[in-house]
Design a protein around this ligand. Sequence first.
Ligand code: PMP
Length: 360
Amino acid sequence: MYRALNFNAGPAALPEEVLKEAEKNLLNFSNTGMGIMELSHRSKEYQAVHDQAITLLRKLLAIPDDYEVLFIQGGASLQFSMVPMNLLGKDQEAHYILSGSWSEKALKEADKIGKTVISASSKDQKYRFIPAYNQNDIPDNAAYLHITSNNTIYGTQWKTFPSNKKTPLVADMSSDILSRPLGVEQFDLIYAGAQKNLGPSGVTVVIIRKELLQRSSENLPAMLNYNTFANNNSLYNTPPTLAIYLLSLVLEWADKKGGLQQIEKANEKKAKMLYDVIDESEGFYIGHAHKDSRSLMNVTFNLQNEDLSREFLHQAKEAGFVGLGGHRSIGGCRASIYNAVPEQHVEKLAAFMKAFKNNS
Ligand code: PMP
């Protein structure tokens, strides 16, 4: 069957095995005579899927027992609001490190809820790198420090994370969760929309240190309060059952691959193929990110002028590559190479980039 060379930024490529397994179960899940989407979310069959997704996330990310795993709808964008609504007290400040447009959007929502401070930013350098930040600028009583671990649009990624035991660390990991081993205990809250490395859009994973749950005001609407999800195993209302089912299949796939160490190795290999082409192109391809901030998930680059970029994207499309245009806000080119993008597809792209250069 024809499968596109899919480099979309999200929703993005999913493992073919997962799609085939899902296809079978759309009509008849586990001999129930009902498709997975037709099952009650209170049925034992769905409950097993739900619990399996949580168990596998806990296993793969080595999530300690003092964290809750929640499934919420509304995308990562709703978390831009839920984080400050639940965690930002009246007399506190929330600190944000700006490393791209998604951090800016997170900050903008927090501004509506309470006091915020920009602790560091690389905006005036076109977000080409993860900004250095000064630990001393963060007061010990800050509500939290918010970072975006991977900047999907600019193609930069945090390599090591800030640490201040007294200030909770919150991370938007939408575009690199499950791409490398993580010390979850470095963080107090992690959130990620599923539609890059975890599955389809429709479910957002939130991993929260239980202690933080005490902060949420009882006056919050139920669906905006983390406790509603934590107290009901994310089954207070109808969860996005199909998205969670696909998440469980993607997690099984990742587990079979050998877990996050193996996945990281594969991701490093794929990213190196493209960055090598950029670095060896004598300035034909110009990487957007500084080398020490390069993302393993989103490889961003430009050609020498817009006409050439346009021609590159045109020929790439003709050759069957999908999703290589940069984000509409910055243009240029971007190859998103999440976990499920096969190595052979990246090889083909690297070969295409070399050939395009040689023929220009
Ligand atoms: N944060 C990051 C890092 C993202 O890449 C995206 C989406 N591409 C978002 C947040 C917004 O996610 P959603 O569309 O799920 O609200």
